[in-house]
Each structure stands twice: as C-alpha cells, then as structure tokens.
Write a protein that binds this ligand. Sequence first.
Ligand code: ADP
Ligand code: MG
Ligand code: MG
Length: 249
Amino acid sequence: MLSINQLHAQVEDKEILKGLSLEIKPGEIHAIMGPNGAGKSTLGNVLSGREGYEVTGGSVQFKGQNLLDMDTEERAREGLFLAFQYPVEIPGVSNMEFLKAAVDAKRKHHGQSELSAVEFMKLARETSKQVSLDPNFLKRGVNEGFSGGEKKRNEIMQMMLLEPKLCILDETDSGLDIDALQVVADGVNAMRATDRSFIVVTHYQRLLDYIVPDYVHVLANGRIVKSGDKSLALELEEKGYGWLEGEVA
Ligand code: ADP
Ligand code: MG
Ligand code: MG
C-alpha cells in the first residue's frame, strides 16, 4: 500500500523529516506516536502533497506508483485521504456541495458516472446518521461554526463517502471528548478492510483501546526510532519518550 524509504522533507528551509522509512501493507493499521514537534503532522502533509512541504530526498510508493510525482488532487483521487486537513471554514460552499464534488471527482476518475443530487442526498443522509450528525448539518457551510467534535464527525463522514485506500488520521492536540473518540473509532473499525490501510497519529494511548493497531511507531526528530506492536503504546504511556533519547540522537 505504502512504502516510504529514507524520506527527507523540509518546511521553510528547515529539515523536518530526516530519513523516515515506513512500510504499510494492505489491511494494516499503523499508529504513530511521538513527542510534540517530531514531524508527525509534517509526514501527513508531505504524503498528501500539501503546498510548502518540500521533499528533498527519498522515495514514496503508493499502490506501486510514485506518490511524489502526483499532485494533491491525483493523490486524493487515487485513494489517499488525510483527515482533519480542512480546518478552515469555506463560507458559501455547503458541506453537501463540497462532499458531492469530492465524491464525483473520485467516481469520474474511476470511470463511474456522477451521482444525481437525489442519490447523493440519500447516501449522505445515511452516512451522517452513522456518525451521529444531524443531516441538517449537510446544508451548513464547510466547517462553518462546527465544534471540534462536529469537525471530526464530519471528517469521518467524508472518509466513509470517499472510501479511500489509505486513510491518515491526524488528531488535534486539543483532544476528543469520549463521544467523538467513539465516533472516530467506530468509523475506522467499520471501514477496516483487507484492501484499506490506516495511519493513526495520536497522543493518546486511550484511542488505541478502540482502534487496535497492528503496529505502533515512535516518530522522533524526523524519523521512526522505534516500532512495536500495540503493547509499545502502553509502554510509552508509562515511560514517556525520554528513554528513547539515545535512539533519537
Ligand atoms: P508534530 O505533529 O509531531 O507535533 P509537526 O510536524 O507539526 O510536529 O512539526 C514539526 C516541526 O516542523 C516543528 O518544529 C514545526 O514548527 C515545524 N513546522 C511544521 N509545519 C510548519 C510550517 N507550515 N511552517 C513552519 N514550520 C513548520
Ligand atoms: Mg504537535
Ligand atoms: Mg501534529
């Protein structure tokens, strides 16, 4: 699904990713933890092709293709999804219009016809119920006045509608209340499939009680410095990151 080899990337001439390697097979869930400022969000931004994040070395293969050759839209159409990447409000564009445009673009890319407004409305309403969002929400502007929990439910709804192949979930540092946490976890678990993979970036071991990862990695100082199974998350919660300092240096 994803093969990252010795990736180096910089933001504003500052090197953030310093030789990061990671292999993700179809069907796997990988959790990424690590200290603040380690480069976790940068990794998500680099993979999604966000402007301002410059790759200076290494390679990334996504489903056997060179990801770094694709623009942001191509990556999305090929099935890469970065959740929580649209914190900005887009007044004047309803959530429904935004979601339909995204779904139609993906369908077109895969040679499928556009959904009619009625078909999409039906699908969107059903999906909004799955994430416990009031369907009226669909009429509101993108992220306009959404609470933190609503934004996350909305992102999970987007993910369900787009059916991506590789989902990257980057948690905010502000944290989730228990209901939002459950919605995110239920959404991910409902979408787990043998041909779909997840990268879950989190500060909270607690989330991994709900989303059980196949692998846990520690990202520190721009590299993966330790990998293990889900027990590593418990160990990190107990010991923090200090004991990994040797590996970080
Ligand atoms: P994490 O998500 O692990 O907390 P980030 O990837 O957000 O870490 O940040 C890693 C480093 O890159 C930090 O020093 C941060 O200040 C810097 N950084 C990330 N994005 C930008 C940006 N757009 N402009 C300037 N510096 C950035
Ligand atoms: Mg951070
Ligand atoms: Mg971050």
